[in-house]
Design a binder for this molecule. Sequence first.
Ligand SMILES: O=C(O)CCC(=O)C(=O)O
Length: 297
Amino acid sequence: MAAENQAAVTPMCKELREQFERDGYLVIRGALNESEVHHYEQALDRVYAEQARAGRLSPEGSMHKLSAVASCPETVGLIDHPNTFPLVWSVLGWNVHIYHSHLDVHPPIRVEKPYRFEWHQDGGRQNRELESDPRPRLSVKIAYWLSDVSETGRGNFKVVPGSHVRNWIDGPPRRDVRWPEPEGAVEVCAAPGDAVFFDRRLWHTRTDNYSDITRKGIFFAYSHRWSYGRDENDELLDSAACARFNPVQRQLLGARLASAGQVPGDHQWGHYPQTTPLHVFLKANDLLDPAYPPLKP
Ligand SMILES: O=C(O)CCC(=O)C(=O)O
């Protein structure tokens, strides 16, 4: 699936940008076709079976495995998928990487779980350590759905539309204290192959899956290369598999791009656009945009 220069040449259109700025998320219907869904689902099932054999599932049998491509190299084609990746560079620009990713499998829950308030914005301490209101976006995330969450109650992703510009939502004094759902919260419904693209500041939560369908999804969070990655890809980047990835994919996975005599940190900071594969690709396709600072030539 990892075709050379897979990144597509269609930037986010004005209407989608307005919708994204208003709601904090977009649903991309049919981002993956049927055979892609099959391919990625099989790969995810393989990792799930390995984790099950190794006794690494949660008590209720779920998997939340970090570093998606390192854990499952077959998923590499998702990271610069032509139907979704243009949304990432349209918003964040070319100096990006994947800082956090996960493979998720959530089988039906048979015994009711204790209540826990799980609403959050992504980024952990970013939400304490940044002082502005609203806090800056910093990252965006794509969720690919491989199971059918087209009806509510199947462990759907739940969001408060428009909440990405609010630093705070009302919540309980402790996470185990039952609390009303935030006003306006909706479960996002998606068919297999749909993707959800969201701003990390969007208040969101996973819901418990009490349906009969195992919930399966793969998540990739993108941020700028000057922010520290949470994924662990060192072994992957040294592996034979990585040699088959295209240059943009290697950039996204955190490959060292500095050449002899260059300070690696300077490269991460974006000092060398001419050897940053996504910049090279966007420039070659005339996709740099003087009107949008992250994409200024
Ligand atoms: O799994 C979900 O539906 C939500 C995932 C989530 O909370 C996250 O990606 O930060």
